[in-house]
Structure formats: C-alpha cells, structure tokens
Design a protein around this ligand. Sequence first.
Ligand code: GDP
Length: 501
Amino acid sequence: STVTVAMLARVMNVKLAQLLTRMRRVGLESEANYDYILSADYAALLAEEFGFNPVVDDEAAFDIYPPKPLDDLSTSPSRPPIVTIMGHVDHGKTTLLDTLRSASVAKGEAGGITQHIGAFSVPVASQTADSTGPRSITFLDTPGHAAFSAMRARGANVTDIIVLVVAADDGIMPQTKEVIDLLKRDDSQVDLVVAINKIDKPSADPDSVKKALMAEGIQLEDFGGDIPAVHVSGLTGKGLPELVETLSTVAEVRDLRAEQDGPVFGHVLESNVLKGLGSVATVLIRQGCLKIGSHIISGTAPGKVRRMTDPSGKPVQVALPGMAITVSGWKTLPKAGDEVLDGSESDIKKAIANRLRRGVAEALQEDVEAINEARKQERDARADGEDVVEPVPASGPKELRLVIKADVSGSCEALEGALQGIGNHIAISKIISTGVGDITESDILMAKAANATIVGFSVSAPRAMMSLAAQNEVPLTTGNVIYRLMDDVRSRIIDMLPKTI
Ligand code: GDP
C-alpha cells in the first residue's frame, strides 16, 4: 500500500510545506512534491518524525483468491463441456450459434425466448440414464468478445472444445489458419471438432476442404487421425444433431469433472445494467456451486446473489460447474472476463476495500509517472534553450472542485480516496463535499456556488436534476465504475492545463 505526500499531510494534519521540508531533511529527492508516492514504510517513517505511532496495516494485503484446482478429480461429479465456435468471418459461426440456440430453446420450456447472455446450453438428446456422457453442452457465444481476451490474457482457459467452422465452398482462410495456429500453440487441453459448414450449397466441396485441413496438419478421422469432422448447414440445421453428438462423445472421452463442494470460482462472460434488476452478469461457473444469498466478489464489484436464471430465462436456485447463469444482486457492475469468487460478507468487504485501494495506488502511480515524464520533457526543453513558460503559478495549482455523491457511505469513501488529489502542480482535484444519496437540487446549487463539478457513483440523476445542472452550467458526471469516473476527472484536469507546455 502507498500514499501520496498530500494525503499523508492531510491525515497527519500538518502543512504540506512542513512535510516536504522534513522529507528533504531526511534525504528524500528534492524533486518530491505533493504528488509524490510514498511506500508504506517510508510514510510510516515520516509519520514517526511527526510524533505519530503509525501501524502499517497488514490486512491491506488481504484478498480472496481462486481455489487451487484439485490434482485428482476422478471422484468429483461430471460437468457439461464448454464449447467455443471459431472460424473465418462469414463462414457461418453466428448462423450456426443461432440455430443451435433456438433448437435448445424449443426443447426447453421457458416460452421460447432467446436471450443473448453470452452462453447457452444444448441438451444431449441421446443420453441414457446409465451413460457417463454429458447431459448438456454449454456453448459460449461471444467469441472475439472482450471477455475472451481478458480471460486469455490471464491464462484462463475456459474452453474444453473448439468447433472450427470452415465453409465448404470457401476452404481455409486467414482466420481459419489463426485458429489452427492457436490450437497448435495451445499447451492446454483443448479438443478440436471441425464443422464443415454450408454443406447445402451446390458449390460445397467438403473433400477438398478436408484435404486442405490435412495439409495444415489437422489429423482428421477420415484419414486415420483422431479429429472428427462433421458436415453441417447452419442455415438448414442439417448435421447439427450429429455435431452435438460428436461434441458429447469427445466430452465423454475427456471425462470432464469439477468439484461442487468448496469455494465458488467462475468467470464473468457479459455484464450490463437491466431495468428493475440493476447490475446483472452472466457467470460461467467453473468450480463449486453458487447459491441464492451467497456473497460474491468480481474485480471490485461486491454482490449478494439475489436471483439466478439459466440461458432460457428459468430461475435457478443452485448453479453448478459448467453452467452459465445470469446473476443479479451486484452492488456495482462487474467486468467481462473478471473472476467470480465467493466468501464471507466481511472477507468480501475487506477484499473490495483493498482492491480499490490498490487500484487507486496504481492509477496514482500512473499519474505520477506521466507527471514526472512531463517535467523531464520540460527540463530537457529548457536545457535546449527553448523559451519555456514557467508552468508553476504563483498562487498554487488551479483546482478542479468536486462534489461527490454515492449510493452508500462505503463507496463514497472509496470514491473520495480515488478522486482526491488527481492532477499535478498546475491543476489538481479537490473534494469540497461528499454525501450519500441521489443528486438533489441543493447539490447543484452548492456546486454552482463553489464552481464545482458533481461526480455521482451508483446514484441516479433524475432528468429534472440533469436539466437544472445544465441550466446552471454545473458539470455533472455519473457512473458505476470508479475507474471511468477517475478517467473523467483526469481528463477534466488535463483540460485545465495550459496548452503550451
Ligand atoms: P460469421 O461471420 O462466421 O458469423 O458468418 P454468418 O453466420 O454471419 O454467415 C455469413 C453468411 O453465410 C450469411 O449470409 C449466412 O446466411 C450465410 N450462411 C451461414 N451458414 C450457412 C449455411 O449453412 N448455408 C448457406 N447456404 N449459407 C450460410
């Protein structure tokens, strides 16, 4: 954990200049200014200099981490395979997914509504009671989506089987090659099934597609290898039962299992704010079982599971590994690709506070790096003999005054920590008031009087208030993501900087 010089001065209630002088005396760089970031140890040292008895908070390191996967899952329950469809543009991925999705909904009973929630589940028709194969298959329908790159970047392999779609009338194209390269590179356990699509077309030539795939090193079953290829038409639905059957067989061989006891671990596939439900996220459960009432955390979003529905919209009481369900009950909106974990209410509170603090420290660190870089450029320019305007105004930095409103006091504090002191020695943010609740007329009038900007976190700004703010030329910004609000404040600060440095 870290703190800026300005923050330290504020919490110790000493003058900034006094603290800076003391810092220099104890040998800190003479460059250090109020935006300088101190490590916990250094801050503690300085606090001692001023007669405080600082306690470095070891709890600051607390977090909730994903459970370690078990070495031996052989006695754990089976789970549905997770399948991703990939392939070249226009080879029919979307059509195939749509047809599979509507087939799954027709077989379900929830009024046939197809929702796009990032995943859907297709029942395996031929399953008998004593079979060990999966009873359903979970298809992810957001390839190329941000969630995928985020999960990939973290090395999270959520997919068990990739269906490579190749149009029978087009053959291997650049993105087909990309998928093949990806599969070759992938040291993970991803199985491949080829779907030779558009088989209904008169110009379809599946045999030459297969030969081309062999030439790329894809060992197809037809040629003595072990990779199945299925002829399908996403448009007519021909071959789709065979595709599902093939996926089920591959999954059965893989013997996919997951622990249902113990901690919950999952990934957010999609998230958005829905009327009447608030923040909602599609969560792919990887391990454990998520229940109504569980306390959960994803990134910096805490939640308590209020309602869960399966992809056809049916309410679910318990979500098991391999299932993708929409979860409502989030306090703020989680991000696609982020991990979902459960824990006790108090552990989650602590973890959120620490994650926010770390996020703020990192963002501040970025600010400081940018400022230091700007200063360096300025010095270099001066050394080059250029005529540089002295940027430090005699009267101290310009202020971006902020009025903060948040939904609950916890988020208000977090926002205060995040927004206070953004900027540099030329322009800096300053919080003049904080409060809990929706934005009201008195907030606007106060902001007008103080020439301030209103920042609202997870609060609503009724239309009447928006227009009142506009009439009074009071800038007003609201959101549910702390980093976005930080970005907003940062860009307002940048707007206040002279254009000529
Ligand atoms: P994507 O870019 O891979 O998602 O491809 P789309 O699903 O958007 O399909 C591209 C075009 O191919 C569309 O015009 C589809 O109607 C058409 N298409 C997709 N699947 C089939 C198929 O099985 N048969 C035929 N004849 N056309 C198809």
